[in-house]
Design a protein around this ligand. Structure first.
Ligand SMILES: [Zn+2]
Length: 94
């Protein structure tokens, strides 16, 4: 097993996704591997920040940026779809 594979699994575990590896196996490697231990510490900090931001809900700045991004897109196919179409199943020449 390479460190990269452990880190992928550790990242998945942080996200609450299946890591594909037993926790004990991950923990054992992290305990012995300084590189992965430092990597995990950083990843946990980053993940904590993301989670804190998500708990707060989208900030005003984030919303504004999202709206800007949306309005910047070309408005194609945004018609209401209610252009004189009657209910389906109408009969002809009744
Ligand atoms: Zn490692």
């Amino acid at each position: 097993m390479r460190c990269a594979q452990f880190r992928t699994a550790l990242s998945a575990r942080l996200d609450g996704e299946p890591s594909g590896l037993p926790d004990t196996r991950l923990d054992k490697h992290v305990a012995r591997c300084t590189g992965c231990r430092e990597w995990l510490a950083r990843a946990e900090r980053l993940s904590g920040q993301v989670r804190a931001a998500a708990a707060d809900g989208p900030s005003a700045e984030w919303s504004a940026r999202l709206l800007t991004g949306l309005s910047a897109q070309p408005s194609t196919g945004l018609s209401t779809g209610l252009e004189g179409r009657g209910p389906e199943g109408g009969q002809e020449g009744g």
